[in-house]
Design a protein around this ligand. Structure first.
Ligand code: AHM
Ligand code: MG
Length: 338
């Protein structure tokens, strides 16, 4: 799976083009979109890397719609994603975790058949402390038969209908990971040439892993079933589980994708519907997870089968290696009515 980036010399562009040939009906649109996202990621990654020296760290005097203080880099990342994509003539609308309403395509540009949802800078509470953060995106086709701009209803598609999903993690290196439903591949940015190079081909999540990732500070707020699951993971299972929690979903997810394990952000007394967002976070990562052989649930349903009711909907997220997620479902009583 892990390739030497000196010998595995396929660039992201070359790889996408080769993939496109597997879809005879492909127009090249998705290729262009992914290249533009990669370009936005390079710009965001550059700002992330120089955040400490560019006086860009810190809050701006605004709050996003969830009431969280927005960081300057959140604002930067959000606008870079929009600017990279709005002019292509391929989208009829965009939705961002950072914006209350759907983002229209400016009138001066033609409209296309795609919709994109994104979390421009996930894990933003970690910006100030030099910890890994990321960008998450999902791409759909408009299925409702109306011309022109997308409306909110167009975004309320199940994750199962995703055409493409991916994320970028800004870590010790910058990595771009995506799927179009034909497996999951990862690309590492070679900063000396400014290209994403195929470094992780056909990523498969181990069926079981020994990592569990959860904010255990919430223990007292969890349901008894959730508490029992974690207590048993810690003490009674036949192998030694180990806890790893960064507090940046993309980074926690990425580590577990490569090493195996489970990430959990369940419902709790403070967040009765979970904390993470179905459209911007859970669905794209669930698509990647299923493509890599893993599983993602909310405790009752597969994440990808949930019918969204609004674009900023939160959802409990339990995601990762199949065995650990199956085990969670046994503990919380899957199948019972909510
Ligand atoms: P955000 O930074 O896009 O708002 O994402 C929310 C973050 C996730 O990256 C992470 O998994 C989670 O919130 C951590 O929450 P907590 O600090 O409650 O453990
Ligand atoms: Mg996020």
């Amino acid at each position: 799976m892990l390739m030497d980036i000196r010998t595995g010399s396929s660039t992201l562009s070359r790889f996408i083009l080769a993939e496109q040939r597997h879809f005879p009906e492909a127009t090249g649109d998705l290729t262009l979109i992914l290249e533009q996202i990669a370009f936005a990621a390079k710009l965001i990654g550059r700002e992330v890397n120089k955040a400490g020296i560019a006086n860009i760290i810190g809050s701006v005097d605004s709050f996003n719609i969830h009431g969280e203080g927005q960081q300057k880099l959140d604002v930067f990342a959000n606008s870079r994603m929009i600017q990279a994509l709005d002019h292509l003539g391929l989208f009829c609308g965009m939705a961002s975790e950072e914006e209350e309403h759907i983002i229209p395509i400016p009138d001066k540009y033609p409209k296309g058949k795609y919709l994109i949802v994104f979390d421009p800078l996930d894990g933003s509470s970690n910006i100030d402390v030099n910890v890994n953060i990321g960008t998450i995106f999902g791409i759909y086709k408009k299925i409702n038969q109306h011309p022109g701009d997308a409306n909110t209803a167009d975004f309320l598609q199940k994750g199962r209908q995703l055409t493409c999903a991916g994320y970028i993690v800004y870590g010790s290196s910058t990595m771009f990971v995506y799927t179009t439903g034909r497996g999951v591949n990862g690309f590492t940015l070679d900063p000396t040439v400014g290209e994403f190079i195929l470094s992780h081909r056909d990523i498969m999540l181990p069926d079981t892993g020994k990592i569990y990732s959860v904010n255990e500070g919430n223990f007292e707020k969890w349901t008894p079933e959730m508490q029992k699951y974690i207590v048993d993971l810690r003490s009674k299972m036949d192998k030694a589980y180990t806890a790893r929690y960064i507090g940046s979903l993309v980074a926690d997810f990425h580590r577990n994708l490569l090493k195996g394990g489970v990430f959990l952000y369940p419902e709790d007394k403070k967040n009765p519907k979970g904390k993470l967002r179905l459209l911007y976070e859970a669905n794209p990562l669930a698509f990647i997870t299923e493509q890599a052989g893993g599983r993602a649930v909310d405790g009752f349903n597969e994440i990808l089968d949930i019918q969204p009711e609004n674009i900023h909907q939160r959802v409990p997220l339990i995601i990762g290696s199949k065995n650990e997620v199956d085990m969670y479902m046994k503990y919380v009583g899957a199948g019972k009515n909510k």
